[in-house]
Ligand binder design. Structure first.
Ligand code: 2M8
Length: 447
């Protein structure tokens, strides 16, 4: 622990190392999210992994997303974990208890919640990459985009049908894990109302045995709440309507809503190109517009930052984190709000903080009380999040900003450790090393 970073790899070596991480994490069936800590397939990790793999082996990238979508639930949900038979991760499939869920998939074991909808973005990126390659790769990617489109559409429809409960129009999550930012301070207030009581079946964490320093992971108290929410869902038989009605955690997630809006746009582009039904394209346009309005409508009148909404307590959550910049991902906020967000992002409260090793936006502002530079989603920098902002900025035509984020991301990751997350001041890799999605975004930046 602690530390300077002696090594800086030159780009070709860094690319070779990133490729090796993806190869080494390949079990043959799936590419695990990380070698020891996460020995299964995670939903949004798989999307980023497919982007990185598209540079190395397009058929393998296609297979990865096909594996994920084979586990899609019959109601359309794409589950957040597709389990391998490795039992080194907790909670595994037995604890989730989804085998008897009415809408569960056949022949695979999965968790019972979802993760951010970035899959359409991955498919489009794979297509772009394949188009710079051979005619066979190009044809393969087009075949794939066409064949997966209906499944992507039904995944988006599920989010609208089951997860847009309130008048805010924000997409709701029923577990912090669905946000992908597990223990972000975004969720502290709603989690405070989650009371595990004394009915929580006993359990033993495995993550803290793998990550040497347990303080880089969520606390036991947080885990009790995570596990209690699973218990509630189990009791509801994973019936989505019932889960949304009864879960003690129900929060409109502005970051997911922004990603959903832009992913709907991407699906429209793909669907238009591949001749998908007009009625479905119209649905997507309507969903995108609604989601964008919801994101814009969440912005704080003074700071401009977008906010999550606690749908149980009916109030905005003012905690400022990286998710506050969500309108920059999808657009739709008034120009003046957008300008304010961009200058805030550049300021010393975020990317311009003089102490940062690289100007990558941290998960929480280093100036915020409670910022913790080593603890998971409470301060460290996450290369994938940086990739998402860079991708969105390029899409919005902000090429110079996109280039800067890419350079910053490469500066952060040129130690070649492919950390799950990084200490912003020293650049120390934290959590797992050889994390697949970190290797994948580095590959995308380098090519
Ligand atoms: C982390 O989440 C899992 C639970 O889903 C965990 O801590 O056990 C998050 O960083 C999440 O965003 C990520 O998808 C997952 C695998 O990399 O790890």
């Amino acid at each position: 622990a602690g530390g300077r970073r002696p090594v800086r790899y030159a780009r070709p070596t860094l690319a070779a190392r990133a490729a090796r991480v993806l190869r080494d994490n390949d079990t043959g069936a799936v590419i695990t999210a990380a070698p020891r800590l996460y020995p299964h397939m995670w939903s949004w990790d798989a999307a980023f992994i497919a982007i990185g793999l598209a540079r190395l082996d397009l058929p393998r990238a296609v297979a990865e997303l096909e594996t994920l979508f084979r586990a899609q639930w019959r109601n359309g949900m794409v589950p957040h974990i597709v389990f391998t038979d490795d039992d080194a991760y907790f909670p595994g499939p037995d604890r989730w208890g989804t085998d008897s869920a009415v809408d569960g998939p056949h022949g695979v074991r999965t968790s019972g919640i979802c993760q951010p909808p970035v899959h359409a973005i991955a498919v489009q990126r794979m297509l772009e990459i394949a188009r710079t390659s051979s005619p066979e790769e190009r044809a393969g990617a087009e075949r794939f985009a066409r064949s997966i489109w209906p499944a992507l559409y039904s995944w988006h429809r599920w989010l609208v049908e089951y997860r847009t409960p309130g008048p805010s129009g924000l997409i709701a999550i029923v577990h912090g894990w669905e946000s992908g930012m597990d223990n972000s301070p975004r969720w502290d207030v709603p989690y405070a109302a989650v009371d595990p009581g004394d009915e929580l079946p006993p359990y033993v964490r495995k993550d803290v045995r793998i990550v040497g320093d347990a303080s880089e992971r969520p606390t036991d108290k947080e885990y009790d709440r995570y596990l209690w929410l699973i218990e509630e869902m189990r009791r509801a038989g994973y019936d989505q309507k019932e889960v949304v009605r009864s879960s003690s955690f129900l929060v409109g997630d502005v970051f997911i809503t922004a990603l959903f809006a832009v992913s709907c746009d991407v699906l429209i582009e793909l669907g238009t190109e591949f001749g998908q039904p007009g009625s479905r394209l119209a649905d997507l346009a309507e969903w995108a517009a609604r989601a964008r309005d919801a994101v814009a409508g969440s912005c704080h009148s003074v700071s401009g930052m977008a906010r999550d909404r606690d749908l149980r307590a009916n109030r905005w959550l003012d905690t400022q984190t990286i998710a506050g910049f969500s309108p920059l991902l999808c657009g739709g906020a008034p120009d003046e709000v957008q300008m304010r967000l961009l200058s805030l992002l550049d300021s010393d409260r975020w990317c311009g903080h003089p102490g940062l090793l690289a100007p990558v936006p941290p998960s929480v502002s280093p100036m915020r009380p409670g910022f913790n530079p080593r603890q998971y989603w409470r301060g460290p920098q996450w290369p994938v999040v940086n990739w998402l902002f860079g991708w969105a900025f390029a899409r919005r035509g902000w090429h110079e900003r996109a280039r800067k984020l890419r350079e910053a991301g490469l500066r952060l990751t040129d130690d070649g450790a492919f950390g799950e997350y990084y200490e912003p001041f020293t650049g120390e890799p934290l959590g797992s090393t050889d994390q697949s999605w970190t290797a994948a975004v580095v590959l995308d930046w380098l090519c």
